[in-house]
Design a protein around this ligand. Structure first.
Ligand code: GDP
Ligand code: MG
Length: 177
């Protein structure tokens, strides 16, 4: 805390989950560095990125974990989830199979984390309206049924990316204070 003159008031671990190629890594790079990468190379060796957000005058450090591609092998380890207090469950609005997988990701999440954690369902790639495969209503109603926040985002054009992360961070803050 500030009493020792350094550091932040809070540190929150947040995990990104969802099928391969839904845009998890790009959501994180958009949020943390305002960057987008068109070729989908997983950043090897980087487990998480941190971003400092101010909430109610408090400095909150969000430590956001990215899978580095393990989800392809269904081998996201329990270390990945350990200590997480927030999660973004991401699908691609242009690929229904990624939306169908959300239930499985939620089950995995519930086996590793407390269900009181802040969770947001994220329909990414909303810039791809012309090839949309999952309606906004479907996303919303799944989120409602599962008790999740919901937002459609585009890591490509930056729509709602900041907002999605900040809602989760704020919810964690509210849960602990
Ligand atoms: P990950 O496997 O879930 O980490 O997905 P990536 O972030 O690597 O993205 C997979 C592919 O989708 C890459 O080719 C990205 O350029 C692309 N992509 C990611 N986010 C968006 C988005 O919001 N809109 C569009 N059109 N493409 C995206
Ligand atoms: Mg990735």
């Amino acid at each position: 805390g500030h009493e020792d003159g350094v550091g932040e008031d809070y540190l929150f671990k947040i995990v990104l989950i969802g099928d391969s190629a839904v845009g998890k890594s790009n959501l994180l790079s958009r949020f943390a560095r305002n960057e987008f990468d068109t070729n989908s190379k997983a950043t090897i060796g980087v487990e998480f990125q941190t971003q400092v957000v101010e909430i109610d005058g408090k400095e909150v450090k969000a430590q956001i974990w990215d899978t580095a591609g393990q989800e392809r092998f269904r081998a996201v380890t329990s270390a990945y989830y350990r200590g997480a207090v927030g999660a973004l469950i991401v699908y691609d609005i242009s690929r229904r199979t990624t939306f169908d997988s959300v239930k499985r990701w939620l089950e995995e999440l519930s086996t590793h984390c407390d269900t009181t954690m802040a969770r947001m369902l994220v329909g990414n790639k909303c810039d791809l309206e012309n090839i949309r495969d999952v309606s906004v209503e479907e996303g919303k109603s799944l989120a409602e049924a599962e008790g999740l926040f919901f937002m459609e985002t585009s890591a490509l054009d930056a729509t709602n990316v900041q907002t999605a992360f900040e809602i989760v961070i704020r919810e964690i803050y509210i849960n602990i204070s």
